[in-house]
Write a protein that binds this ligand. Structure first.
Ligand code: ZN
Length: 272
């Protein structure tokens, strides 16, 4: 593999012969030690991707790139408002994680597409019940198109210091949460509750701002949050197992073709 092509290392865009979603392009880690080992050999790949993304910086107000939406399963024009980091030459980067939207009906951003793509890769089928926690309207509609029996819940309720979801035990096949769990305290109680509502073998898929350099999470008080915000580190995987999940992984995903640009985009997957 040459350095020039290294950023394509996990591209391997292979639509399934069944016409289902393409393979989810990610490396998987079950502990920080696995991630540290990975960096020893793969740092040049990550550096190459970073350099490639720098070359996409622009003076235009909007970044555009043709590609394939792995949720809508169609060619699309990815677009992003260019309002991220400014480089020394005056060009600017988009915020790849939050702003890079598909040009399809729901205009899903990078992490929203990745969450639904991963759910499909894990076997999300039309008859299944996914629980959506605090999902915005367009994301909810996109998920409903894949699995009409969705169970949208706005948030956890708290009584007696524990978190509760208004859903019966073992009532859903997937639980999906985006950038919510870092604001929940007690977090362990929320994870246990997510395990409770999933059927055995059900999947929890979530995103959080992830401090991938930290072994341990840190709880910091903040005026914007009810009780504080977690800076979540790798111990989130052990916490998921403590909450009753049999397997928990952090997935580092990237694909230019599928509009998953950005450094260190992580998703979390846990099996009930
Ligand atoms: Zn799309």
């Amino acid at each position: 593999m040459t350095l020039q092509n290294a950023h394509r290392d996990t591209e391997q865009f292979r639509p399934s012969t069944l016409g289902l979603a393409p393979r989810f392009p990610a490396w998987r880690f079950r502990a920080k030690s696995e991630f540290d080992e990975f960096l020893k050999t793969r740092q040049p790949v990550l550096d190459s991707r970073h350099l490639h993304q720098l070359s996409l910086a622009t003076r235009e107000k909007t970044f555009e790139r043709p590609g394939t939406c792995a949720v809508c399963l169609c060619p699309t024009l990815f677009q992003a408002a260019v309002n991220g980091e400014i480089l020394s030459d005056g060009k600017r980067m988009p915020n790849w994680r939050e702003e890079l939207q598909c040009g399809c009906a729901r205009r899903l951003n990078n992490r929203q597409r990745a969450v639904l793509h991963l759910a499909q890769s894990c076997g999300l089928l039309g008859w299944m019940k996914p629980l959506l926690l605090g999902a915005p309207a367009d994301f909810t509609l996109a998920c409903r198109a894949l699995a009409p029996e969705i169970m949208p819940l706005r948030r956890f309720h708290f009584t007696g210091g524990t978190a509760h979801l208004a859903a019966a035990s073992a009532s859903c096949h997937f639980a999906i949460s985006q950038d919510e769990l870092q604001d929940i305290e007690p977090l362990q109680s929320a994870l246990t509750e997510l395990a409770r509502v999933l059927v055995p073998g059900g999947r929890l898929i979530f995103t959080v701002p992830f401090y991938f350099g930290q072994s341990a999470s840190v709880l910091t008080p903040g005026p914007a949050m009810r009780a504080g915000a977690h800076q979540l580190g790798w111990d989130i995987l052990r916490r998921l197992q403590d909450a009753g999940f049999s397997n928990a992984e952090a997935l580092l995903y990237w694909s230019e073709e599928l509009g998953y640009l950005g450094n260190m985009n992580f998703l979390f997957l846990a099996v009930r």
